[in-house]
Design a protein around this ligand. Structure first.
Ligand SMILES: Cc1cc2nc3c(=O)[nH]c(=O)nc-3n(C[C@H](O)[C@H](O)[C@H](O)COP(=O)(O)OP(=O)(O)OC[C@H]3O[C@@H](n4cnc5c(N)ncnc54)[C@H](O)[C@@H]3O)c2cc1C
Length: 479
């Protein structure tokens, strides 16, 4: 197999019969027929289907040894190859306004990065990294991932290993046994977006203050591995199957899951890293995994900002408020954000360089700057839409209301300067679903946190930034 079709992806996920719990029940039906998952599965299938569209195939796939693969599995070796990767990400993101944070290219990028950096890993696991990459590329596998321990205690004085002696008390996933066949993992991880609806899960080392090496591991296993459970948050799609009322929740709710490892045996051939605390703490930086993932994220965020600008301008035009200077100022704030993000991405590309594994890696400072900036700016973009839409976000009947005898009155009383009542409600519902519905609120929390805690990411930028030349300038100035 090489690139999958949408149907092949869905059939494969349905067949896995992963252990998934949601809204008070264990999922027994086909995932593609379950109200919580059918929207996102259909949307992901549509992305895979685009790989077969003759007008887009060259942008979304590449050919290697007579087989066609997804664009994100290609190791970029030149700047133009990086830019092709960005085009692929943005093409897919345009299908959902950038609201699917974990479109398959996100973790495909991680797998490509780890596979091509196989020499980073301990000798006994290096082949596993290569094999994972080849298997994923060949079968067009999809992945979820998890790298954070549960939020039980974040005090600077707390160590996970306090719990290590009592198996029943383990919270953060750790190795509890080592056998001829592999390592046995028990405990939980905080979160995996799309947990349960991907072929496999990539488990990366979690930041931990513990010196205990039983917390130092990385591996990838099928989502239906015995003992692996996905405990999903409440679905935002279950009560929102009407696309008019919930244009985004109904199609793009990715679902996030707590991941529980109940004595899960991870075969040795799936292990990438074990008992090596030094490699566990440097895997993100030494392989450039963090930068390659940020490149995908910033490329997507640009498309999302364009989507927000489109929604903001349409809202303002619908009620004819674009002549007010403060509305122009608010919309220009979205433009400024968009242009800053595009400029930072362009600079990251133009200053890219080849790393020791032969990968063309974008420059890290512009990407870290973009990520820091967007984490803080995204809530303001949301606020701008709220300020422009005002009570329009509240006076929002449903499609069903338009289909009753009061439909004509709604059409009349909700008309706007430049659109009819029904169209105006449809547009405002889109803005509401993007920013105010449970789906929309999660989008804000996602952009703030998906790449890590904004506070610690700002520290990482500060600590890695070379400030010395400027300090030297000041010294010379004072002399
Ligand atoms: C919608 C969504 C989707 C996500 N998807 C995924 C996913 O697919 N896979 C995955 O692995 N993760 C995912 N995450 C988790 C994400 O990686 C974490 O939210 C992020 O790393 C921050 O960790 P935390 O949530 O545990 O916050 P915490 O670390 O618990 O922070 C809570 C608060 O305490 C402060 N704090 C805690 N520790 C420190 C410290 N040492 N120094 C300073 N301040 C501190 C923080 O600043 C913050 O204000 C997702 C998160 C969200 C919101």
């Amino acid at each position: 197999m090489s690139i999958v079709t949408g149907k092949q992806y869905i059939d494969r996920i349905d067949k896995l019969k992963n252990e998934i719990w949601i809204d008070g029940e264990k999922v027994e039906d086909k995932l593609s027929e379950h109200q919580a998952f059918k929207g996102i599965l259909k949307s992901k299938a549509a992305l895979y289907e685009l790989q077969h569209d003759s007008s887009l195939q060259e942008k979304l796939t590449f050919v290697e040894q007579n087989e066609r693969h997804n664009f994100a599995y290609k190791q970029p070796k030149t700047i133009s190859c990086l830019q092709e990767r960005r085009d692929g990400t943005q093409l897919w993101a345009k299908e959902n306004g950038g609201t699917i944070g974990r479109s398959p290219d996100y973790i495909n990028t991680a797998i490509m990065t780890l596979g091509t950096s196989h020499s980073f890993f301990d000798n006994r696991f290096a082949n596993n990294a290569t094999n994972l990459y080849e298997r994923a590329k060949k079968n067009d596998l999809s992945f979820t991932h998890t790298f954070i321990n549960p939020q039980s205690n974040r005090s600077p004085f707390y160590f996970e290993s306090y719990r290590e002696n009592n198996k029943d008390d383990i919270v953060a996933a750790k190795v509890i046994d080592e056998t001829e066949d592999g390592i046995v993992i028990h405990g939980a991880r905080l979160l995996a977006t799309q947990g349960g609806i991907t072929d496999e899960i990539l488990v990366l080392p979690a930041a931990t203050k513990s010196m205990d090496t039983t917390y130092a591991f990385a591996f990838a296993i099928p989502s239906n591995t015995p003992g692996l459970k996905f405990l999903c948050r409440q679905s935002y799609a279950s009560s929102s199957n009407c696309q008019f009322d919930y244009p985004l929740s109904s199609q793009f709710d990715e679902v996030d899951a707590i991941v529980v490892f109940d004595h899960v045996l991870v075969p040795w051939e799936c292990v990438l890293l074990y008992k090596n605390s030094e490699k566990a703490s440097t895997i993100f930086t030494e392989t450039n995994l963090n930068i390659m993932l940020l490149y995908q994220a910033v490329s997507r965020q640009i498309i999302k900002t364009e989507f927000i600008l489109g929604v903001g301008e349409s809202l303002a035009t619908s009620i004819d408020v674009t002549q007010y200077q403060h509305i122009q100022e608010k919309l220009s704030e979205i433009i400024v954000c968009l242009e800053i993000m595009k400029s930072l991405l362009a600079r990251a590309e133009s200053e890219a360089s080849v790393n020791s594994f032969g990968t063309m890696v974008p420059a890290h400072v512009p990407l870290m700057t973009a990520s820091n900036y967007y984490q803080k700016t995204y809530p303001r973009l949301v606020e701008i839409l709220h300020l422009i839409g005002a009570s329009g976000f509240i006076s929002l009947p449903t499609e069903a209301d338009f289909n009753t005898t009061i439909g004509k009155e709604l059409e009349h009383y909700l008309q706007a300067a430049n659109v009819k009542g029904r169209e105006r409600v449809q547009l405002t519902r889109l803005a509401w679903d993007l920013t105010m519905s449970p789906f929309g609120s999660r989008q804000t929390q996602y952009e703030r946190f998906f790449f890590g805690d904004p506070i610690r990411l700002s520290s990482a930028l500060y600590l890695s930034y070379d400030k010395q030349p400027f300090v030297d300038d000041i010294d010379s100035f004072l002399k």
